[in-house]
Design a protein around this ligand. Structure first.
Ligand code: ADP
Length: 216
């Protein structure tokens, strides 16, 4: 189902409901000289896509939502838990050299850094690593925890967050990647266990899925 392009008949149904709703399926069918059965798939599509609302024993009425609003609704329904990728994690004692190798081996742009307890300590991006390589010091001798962005300044997200919220965080913080985390207790402090990764690619995938309505 494509939320932007409706068939001619769906457009006509939408107009009828807009002008005359609430109206039953039976009444719409009569107006169009069609059977209720013929109309059923169209009504199902219009309802699922959010253009129409249906109430038992009342009928169909127009939801009043525009295409962009519906797109927003769909984006808010796509959740991190359904799109997240596996995180690529290195220890904070790893060297910048190790980090660069991992970046290439795992084919990612950002690495998440864990502390001795296995909790999120920081993030290193491509540019963080390039910057470290410009210095005089040998990259085998620089631990990543010297150059990483660190907690508590790491932007994180949770399984139940929507892809829309993630997209906003990526844009507002000008970053490419956000670790998906679960809160855990570490003594009396709050810490994060790293359970996934969402990136600009994740958001693009969700967008393509919304537009084409099939998994990519
Ligand atoms: P790059 O710098 O390689 O283009 P980013 O735009 O993702 O990649 O990173 C920009 C800066 O933000 C880097 O210094 C990086 O460490 C930091 N950063 C990346 N992701 C996060 C995050 N989720 N939370 C906080 N800081 C981050």
């Amino acid at each position: 189902m494509n939320i932007i392009e409706l068939t001619k008949r769906q457009d006509i149904i939408l107009e009828i409901v807009k002008n005359e709703g609430p109206i039953t399926g039976e009444q719409i069918a009569e107006k169009l000289n069609l059977t209720r059965a013929t109309l059923r798939p169209d009504l199902a599509i219009l309802t699922m896509a959010g253009y129409l609302d249906a109430r038992p024993r009342v009928g169909y009425f127009y939801s009043g939502k525009s295409g962009p609003q519906l797109l927003g609704d769909l984006a808010r329904k796509k959740l991190v838990k359904d799109f997240k990728a596996l995180p690529v994690i290195i220890k904070e004692s790893s060297s910048v050299y190790d980090a660069v190798c991992t970046l290439f081996l795992e084919d990612v742009g950002t690495l998440y850094v864990s502390n001795d307890q296995g909790h999120l300590a920081g993030v290193v991006s491509r540019k963080d690593l390039l910057r470290a390589m410009l210095g005089k010091q040998k990259i085998e001798d620089i631990p990543v925890n010297i150059i990483m962005s660190r907690m508590p300044n790491i932007v994180v997200c949770f399984l139940e967050d929507s892809i829309y919220e993630v997209a906003k965080k990526l844009i507002n913080n000008q970053i490419d990647s956000i670790p998906v985390v679960r809160e855990v207790k570490a003594g009396d402090r709050q810490a994060y266990e790293i359970i996934g990764r969402v990136t600009k690619t994740t958001v693009t995938k969700a967008f393509v899925e919304i537009a084409g309505d099939q998994p990519v």
